[in-house]
Design a protein around this ligand. Sequence first.
Ligand code: PMP
Length: 430
Amino acid sequence: MTTIADRSAADLADLHARARDAYEAFKARGLKLDMTRGKPSPEQLDLAAGMLGLAGNGDYVTQAGEDARNYGGQQGIAEVRALFTHLLDAPADQIVVGDNSSLAMMHDSIAWALLTGVPGSAKPWSKESDIAFLCPVPGYDRHFALCEAYGIRMIPVPMTGHGPDMDVVEAAVADPAVRGLWCVPKYSNPSGETYSDETVRRLAAMKTAAPDFRLFWDNAYAVHHLTPERVAVANILTLCAEAGNPDRAFVFASTSKITLAGAGLAFFASSPDNVRWYLARASKRTIGPDKLNQLRHVRFLRDGAGLDAHMDAHRALLAPKFAAVEEALSRHLAGTGAAKWTKPDGGYFITVEARDGTATEVVRLAKEAGLALTPAGATSPYGRDPRDSVLRLAPSYPSLKDVTAAAEGIAVCILLASVEAERRVRERNA
Ligand code: PMP
């Protein structure tokens, strides 16, 4: 197919008319579709239905003989930490089990760093005149919102397809104001990319001006594969320790997209010193986490093989939705030059790079046609995408039928916005 830019005026007018017709036809269907957030679907939540009845009928005693109904157990039940070593790539004694949200554990880590500093800090971060975090772009909007809420300056870093651009990162950490880097190392939100061994090794070994610099290693999609291949990432805690930076990484994960998004388990894993630091503060905040939910998880998933089998069931529900989006984007947009998009091997998102200057317009067109998309700019710090091109698609929640319909609508909106942008450019240059 001839790209939009290479079309003759007549060909472009023809494509415009067809894109308009397709858009009006989509709008006329009067659908109400939502592709904004990476939530598991009801069918995915149903996969964990058997968990809800567990740890009942007197079954609340841990392997160590503790009564899980009572206070205490700050670090989490030993057999639960053992089960999730696989997820966190850390030994059980370096894992803390929180309540349901890893984002809450990230929030607390940042709040405590601001209030008290972390191991290696000369003073609390809030007493510094300037604190900055490196933010890979496109990235997770809630990471950015957390920095914004607490006045942490955000420095965008481009992604490369195998993690953040390490030349940019290594140059930036020469500034002592830079205290952190957000990382989603596997099936990144939203680009879907996985950090290469080389990226992980450089992150572990790089020289940072701040002695208390931390990698916020948010492994939210550690076991969330969309293909039979279970992609692996190099072990960040081991590599940091080997490079002489044992306290560099705060690792986070959760079962939000394994069992129940609102009632799973969250985890923090790090060096022994960082784990002591975390627990000392956590113990001021709570007399102990929800250990019945911990037992529920270990009774339900049982072991690594149980976890893998459960994730295979998620994959069976998710993979066709991703395929439906891919099919519609390819059918409408391949060869037009209107967009590039990712084909992720895992995670929850497809990232579309539409023509520069059209993402906001695509979201507006979609909204008018009854289709809610994540606001343009959401994947950049401060919500500002300087090129106005990135769109994040979240196909997990709607039914396959709705995802298929939505994908059609998205492709048509992208095409229409791109053709109209091209026509405007030509009119201006005429
Ligand atoms: N980190 C990333 C990268 C995510 O995409 C999400 C969920 N969208 C979260 C964290 C939220 O995790 P939790 O449910 O454990 O708070």
